[in-house]
Ligand binder design. Structure first.
Ligand code: RB5
Length: 141
């Protein structure tokens, strides 16, 4: 069975989300899009909540996109068990998987170009959690 990725955006992240969905499907991922479904203005906390709840229900992984990535990360991190990481570079994407066991990646369409965003996505998806002392620290959160 294909790996499943949950994804969501508001209007500010809609176009980058579409690029990411296309990329993930080409890589063979099953993509579950929780909205939005057009560039019509909408509220990022609503999407972040729907995605966070799906991640918690399925022990899954998700990508959230808004204009900056910041609103989505603030909203998603309000849910116990969500470790949402706002990344604008590949080093952070790798480290947040290795050390924070990040289960939600947040990106900003108005900050990060598509090429870099797709590299960030690939590294975040392909990097494993180191566990050990990092698991102890996560348990303290
Ligand atoms: C929408 O204009 C914008 O505020 C939103 O996409 C996001 O950047 C919020 O943090």
């Amino acid at each position: 069975m294909a790996d499943r990725i949950i994804i969501g955006s508001d209007h500010g992240g809609f176009r980058l989300k579409c690029d990411i969905i296309k990329h993930l499907k080409e890589l063979g991922y099953e993509v579950f899009d929780k909205g939005c479904y057009s560039e019509e203005s909408c509220d990022y906390p609503v999407i972040a909540k729907a995605v966070a709840q799906e991640v918690l229900k399925t022990s899954g992984r998700a990508i959230l996109v808004c204009g900056t990535g910041i609103g989505m990360s603030i909203a998603a991190n309000r849910f116990d068990g969500i470790r949402a990481s706002h990344c604008t570079d590949t080093f952070s994407a790798r480290m947040t998987r290795m050390h924070n066991d990040s289960n939600v990646l947040c990106l900003g369409e108005r900050i990060t170009g598509t090429g870099l965003a797709l590299d960030i996505v690939d590294i975040w998806l392909d990097t494993g959690f180191e566990g050990g002392r990092h698991k102890n620290r996560i348990d303290m959160i």
